[in-house]
Design a protein around this ligand. Sequence first.
Ligand SMILES: Cc1cc2nc3c(=O)[nH]c(=O)nc-3n(C[C@H](O)[C@H](O)[C@H](O)COP(=O)(O)OP(=O)(O)OC[C@H]3O[C@@H](n4cnc5c(N)ncnc54)[C@H](O)[C@@H]3O)c2cc1C
Length: 113
Amino acid sequence: MKEFAYVRARSVEEATSAYAAHAGARYLGGGTNLVDLMKLGVETPTALVDVTRLPLDTVEELPDGGLRIGATVRNSDLAAHPLVRDRYPALSQAVLAGASGQLRNAATTGGNL
Ligand SMILES: Cc1cc2nc3c(=O)[nH]c(=O)nc-3n(C[C@H](O)[C@H](O)[C@H](O)COP(=O)(O)OP(=O)(O)OC[C@H]3O[C@@H](n4cnc5c(N)ncnc54)[C@H](O)[C@@H]3O)c2cc1C
């Protein structure tokens, strides 16, 4: 077991400061990818900066007709969002084709990039 610090960020500024303060830090979304890599020893972060409580969990319509998808929007919520289903059905279908329901409920858009 490798020790690591854990920081639950309450603002974007706190998240970026905590990340900068720890060389080898990683942001933590749903952890569906990162935690697996840690278990295998592929990722050995010195600190996890949990970004899941940040206010980045909305899908917003933009004036030019596009969408802004927050980094902490869960995959399930993205696939089910009315604007995504209506205007970007291929995106909704692609997200639903990935992983399992349990994973999609935890996984975030930021973590998927
Ligand atoms: C069984 C299984 C099946 C899977 N199937 C698929 C699939 O079909 N398609 C697919 O695309 N993926 C799949 N995945 C991979 C993974 O679940 C997804 O990529 C998921 O969206 C990752 O999101 P997360 O929030 O859990 O990321 P995490 O595991 O928390 O993080 C992943 C990476 O992104 C970084 N990160 C997280 N949030 C942010 C942020 N806000 N800003 C910057 N960096 C960030 C982390 O530091 C880490 O490096 C699967 C995983 C498993 C275990």
